[in-house]
Design a protein around this ligand. Structure first.
Ligand SMILES: Cc1cc2nc3c(=O)[nH]c(=O)nc-3n(C[C@H](O)[C@H](O)[C@H](O)COP(=O)(O)OP(=O)(O)OC[C@H]3O[C@@H](n4cnc5c(N)ncnc54)[C@H](O)[C@@H]3O)c2cc1C
Length: 332
């Protein structure tokens, strides 16, 4: 019978973020003997956060050098925890840290790894999308340990009351460290407008920057309308490739848009339950990024735009400037 290790990196405040709790939810749902393994500057808070998840053991690696995302320390810590746990299946959230460090750890342990996993089922088997989200495969493996990195938004987060638990400290033999993390630099504004937990994905297309009925573009008003809507609704902001590319071509653009906002074949495929597209044509390379967005509406001046060809539930043939002005006013 398989045994499970739920592995997580703690946040700067010592807690576990929602993606980690989702991975824990998936690990618990497998119904097999469970060990929790925590890595971070401090792990006590995270351990008490999930104390009642049903795990038989809690293993921890803590210390300042494990607070920062760095391959050498993350991989060494994860390897030590995985060896101490001796589990046959390791489940972690597909965070930047896990995606980077755990493939190497799986290799060191002669195991296997699947990244970008969207479901874990009994058997065990996993679901994973291929070819830019066009084909879904169910995958089982005989290799052990089997590392499974679960994407966010694919499983209900584990929830339960906190409690007291004693964490077994795992010793880590660190290699000489050649990388010093001096800080984090984020792309301008992009991160703050991307909200994976939002109920609504608001997509802005290149039309927001195009000449309008009066023969002039209105980027400043577009900025006010879009940011006004985001502030009132806390929706997540997506963009078409044409819009996010415009900044590279020196056009009048929306300054808060970066390539991180891009939805589509060469962008992201987010999992918001609802989406509203504005001033975006709805071409196939863009719309494939909406695969997981099940309720879709679009505002476009063009009744023959791609959205009107079966890609949205509702298309409002209207001026998005007028529509969003009215919507924002109604939101108050
Ligand atoms: C290999 C490849 C990969 C690609 N990957 C991606 C990808 O990942 N993501 C992506 O987005 N694209 C991608 N594209 C590009 C994609 O095909 C389209 O070119 C792009 O999505 C068009 O962006 P858009 O709809 O915002 O702009 P446009 O095509 O310029 O459309 C603007 C729309 O705005 C509407 N409009 C203008 N003013 C208003 C107004 N006042 N009110 C309402 N509507 C208005 C117009 O009617 C028009 O439909 C890819 C293309 C290729 C070839």
């Amino acid at each position: 019978m398989d045994t499970i290790l739920f592995l997580a990196f703690t946040e700067p405040d010592g807690s576990l973020a929602k993606p980690a709790l989702e991975a824990l939810g998936a690990a618990v749902a497998m119904g097999a003997p469970l060990t929790v393994g925590l890595i971070g500057a401090s792990v006590a808070g995270a351990a008490s956060q999930v104390a009642n998840c049903g795990a038989a053991r809690f293993l921890g690696v803590s210390g300042e050098e494990f607070g920062q995302s760095r391959y050498a320390t993350d991989a060494a810590a994860a390897e030590a925890v995985a060896r101490a746990a001796g589990a046959t299946i390791v489940i972690a959230a597909a965070s930047v840290r896990a995606n980077r460090a755990l493939p190497g750890v799986a290799h060191r342990l002669n195991g296997a790894i699947d990244t970008h996993v969207t479901a874990v089922a009994g058997g065990p088997s996993i679901a994973r999308w291929y070819y830019r989200q066009r084909m879904e495969a169910a995958v089982g493996r005989t290799a052990r340990p089997w590392f499974i990195l679960l994407e966010t938004g694919c499983h209900a987060a584990w929830s339960g009351s906190p409690g007291e638990v004693s964490v077994e400290s795992v010793a880590v033999a660190l290699p000489p460290l050649r990388t010093i993390v001096t800080g984090v630099r984020s792309p301008q504004s992009g991160v703050e407008t991307i909200r994976p937990d939002a109920r609504l994905l608001f997509v802005a297309g290149a039309g927001w920057t195009k000449k309008q009925a009066d023969g002039q573009p209105h980027p400043r008003e577009a900025t006010e309308l879009i940011l006004g809507f985001l502030n009132k609704t806390h929706a997540s902001l997506g963009g078409s490739k044409s819009l996010v590319d415009l900044s590279g071509e020196g056009e009048a653009v929306l300054p808060f848009m970066t390539h991180l906002n891009q939805i589509g074949q060469t962008g992201a495929s987010p999992r918001h339950p609802k989406g509203l597209s504005t001033c975006c044509h709805g071409e196939e390379p863009h719309v494939v990024g909406w695969r997981f967005v099940t309720e879709r509406r679009a505002v476009n001046l063009d009744p023959n735009c791609g959205w009107a060809r079966g890609k949205a539930d509702v298309v409002y043939v209207a001026d998005a400037f007028e529509v969003m002005r009215k919507v924002n006013a109604l939101l108050g």
